[in-house]
Ligand binder design. Structure first.
Ligand code: GLC
Length: 644
């Protein structure tokens, strides 16, 4: 029986020309994908480029995709098949992630491969290596100023080393995740070099202005990402004799996605990385991709159409590759990155749950879940195919993305609450055990973001008594249990598993002195890591606690990420109670966010169908007292399932 072709005949013949040398089965498989994804491709293009010939653009993309498909390694083709057979691979409860800089973790790419066993001890199946493509010399924003997308930082290894590492990891069940820095390139990138030399084709790759008139108009509504060390969003460039759009640092030039040539360039970068064996691409700073006068130039509708186009192109050539949106935006905008309305399920597969992360720290600081329960409960639904990346903290600072409306809904003032959180986590609030650092104090808005490892935010670094250390350790376990029990891929940031404090020498490396995010990007201390199985040490307690969360998760089908977490209301305000209803069983997470004993009524568990409560984290039945209450010690975490 012939299948109905839904992609135009021209697209099929364009693909057939490129694939002429392949065997018929492989050619046919591409044709099937073309019929599946063409609509996503063309509708996205038509939204973004109404003035261009989109059918011709789609054909160009199909040719690029077919070439990448033709050149893809047979083992990666098998991986594509495996992923197509298990499209929910990222949603599996055993998915646990780890993020690090290759050099700070293990020196080189080869070194990372040698430490795969360490990652396995933590239950890791997803490894995000921070930017490792060749950046500009000197300060490069931790690699986020890419000078060449097709070479590797020489001190880390070569392109072949990256391919070898991806293969080693894959053979051990670990998917390699890399950044796709697609909002900007380094001023030293070839495109920018040519633009500076006066090449008009490459000048169209950027946003260039001869004078301040447009930049000044844009500035009226643009926020400042680095008000401290890179104020403003435009930089004067002598070579250009003009202004260039630089959202981040002055040597990070925003690329102009309104130019379809830029799209074609990045599609090829995607295929290059995919064919090396990269399995997840982190779409860096994706929110900033489209500019529109009179707006913040974030979260514009075109961003989602562009993502849809990129994803459709990747689905054609390398469907094993998933996209992760790095959109650190307010709670209302966040769900857009999984697609809402016409884009539902057609954009990113993964996105950072920034709201959960911020609310987590807010609950710990206040010992109260009202705001978080209300704000998390107000988040829009996401497609069942979408997966959150849940995290305690990452390589970036924490910005207090508390929505004013969410705060007002529970009688709080947003600005005052954000100020409180900055005070608490910088340790200036009386009684706070936290030892974070203020990052990018914005004099105009009063915003103060915070840098810090999870140990320093939980008070482990400042604990001087056994009691304080016990509380800090309980907080460490609690925060990891919340992100592990939410549903999605919990990602551990390197060093947190050993309870590493902020690096006191963070400013001593050239280029890092102004950027205290380096305080929470410590070099992994392998001497300390040697104690990770010794439960008499703090290191051992932290490591084994986090590894335990991963192990228990892996055995709980209830944590499949297709089911959403809801927040239960109306119980002790010191206990976050989450409910997940998955066909394989009901799951209730109970998290005491306070330093005192708190309770939860066992009757609420029966109401959601748990008649024989069993705590998967402790491996014990959950006993209620004669008062009908389950009592939770300070910062205790329980993962309740039905043990009947
Ligand atoms: C992302 C990265 C951050 C970087 C910025 C600019 O937000 O996480 O570290 O500074 O993009 O590339």
């Amino acid at each position: 029986m012939a299948l109905l072709h839904t992609a135009p005949a021209e697209a099929h013949s364009a693909a057939a020309e490129v694939l002429a040398g392949l065997d018929p089965t492989r050619r046919e498989a591409f044709g099937l994908r073309l019929d599946r994804w063409y609509e996503d491709l063309i509708s996205g293009l038509e939204h973004v480029y109404p003035e261009h010939n989109c059918a011709a653009l789609a054909l160009a993309l199909v040719r690029h995709a077919a070439a990448a498909y033709r050149d893809r390694d047979p083992e990666l083709h098998r991986l594509d098949e495996a992923r197509l057979l298990r499209p929910d691979w990222l949603q599996q409860p055993e998915m646990v992630g780890y993020a690090c800089y290759a050099d700070r973790f293990a020196g080189t790419l080869a070194g990372v491969g040698e430490h795969a066993g360490y990652l396995e001890e933590l239950g890791v199946h997803y490894l995000h290596l921070m930017p490792l493509l060749r950046p500009r010399d000197g300060d490069n924003d931790g690699g986020y100023a890419v000078a060449d997308y097709r070479t590797i930082r020489p001190d880390l290894g070569t392109v072949e080393d990256l391919r070898a590492l991806a293969t080693t990891l894959r053979h051990r069940g670990i998917s390699l995740v890399l950044d796709l820095v697609l909002n900007h390139v380094a001023r030293e990138h070839e495109w920018a070099v040519k633009a500076r030399a006066g090449d008009p084709a490459y000048q169209k790759y950027f946003y260039l202005y001869p004078d301040r008139s447009l930049p000044d108009q844009y500035e009226q509504t643009l926020p400042d990402v680095f008000p401290d060390f890179a104020p403003g969003n435009f930089t004067w460039d002598e070579d250009l004799n003009g202004w260039v759009w630089t959202t981040f640092n002055e040597w990070q030039w925003d690329v102009n996605w309104a130019n379809p040539e830029v799209l074609l360039e990045y599609v090829d970068v995607i295929f290059f990385l995919a064919n090396l064996g990269v399995e997840v691409l982190r779409l860096d700073a994706i929110a900033f991709l489209w500019k529109r006068l009179g707006t913040t130039c974030q979260n514009q509708a075109e961003v989602h159409s562009l993502t849809q186009v990129l994803r459709a192109a990747a689905r054609l050539a390398c469907p094993a590759v998933a996209f992760k949106a790095e959109a650190i935006v307010g709670p209302r905008d966040l769900a857009q990155y999984f697609g809402q309305g016409e884009h539902a399920g057609r954009v990113s597969d993964l996105a950072y749950h920034n709201s959960l992360m911020v609310q987590l720290w807010s609950m710990i600081a206040t010992g109260d879940v009202h705001l978080s329960a209300s704000a998390l409960g107000a988040l829009p639904a996401i497609p069942t195919t979408a997966t959150w990346v849940t995290y305690v903290r990452c390589h970036d600072d924490i910005g207090w993305a508390i929505d004013d409306g969410d705060a007002a809904a529970v009688g709080l003032n947003g600005a005052l609450h954000r100020a409180f959180l900055a005070d608490w986590y910088s340790g200036t609030y009386a009684g706070s055990p936290a030892a974070g650092l203020v990052f990018q104090h914005n004099e105009q808005t009063g915003d103060r973001r915070i840098s810090g490892t999870s140990a320093s935010l939980c008070g482990l670094a400042t604990a001087t008594t056994a009691e304080d250390e016990g509380l800090a350790l309980a907080r460490m376990f609690l925060v990891h249990a919340v992100v592990g029990g939410w549903g999605g891929v919990p990602v551990i940031w390197s060093g947190d598993e050993l309870g590493l404090p902020n690096d006191p020498a963070w400013a001593s490396e050239p280029g890092h002195e102004d950027d205290n995010r380096w305080a929470h990007r410590p070099r992994l201390d392998w001497a300390l890591a040697a104690h990770r199985t010794d439960l008499t040490t703090t290191t051992g307690k932290v490591f084994q606690g986090i590894a335990h969360v991963s192990r228990v998760r892996a055995a709980l089908p209830q944590l499949h990420a297709s089911a959403p977490s809801e927040v239960l209301h109306g119980t002790d305000p010191g206990v976050l109670a989450t409910l997940r209803r998955h066909p394989s069983g009901v799951f209730v997470g109970l998290y005491n966010v306070t330093d005192s004993w708190r309770s939860f009524p066992v009757a609420r568990l029966a109401q959601v169908g748990i008649t024989t409560p069993f705590d998967a984290l402790s491996g014990h039945d959950l006993a209620a007292g004669f008062d009908g209450l389950v009592w939770l010690s300070p910062y205790a975490a329980r993962w309740v399932i039905d043990g009947g």
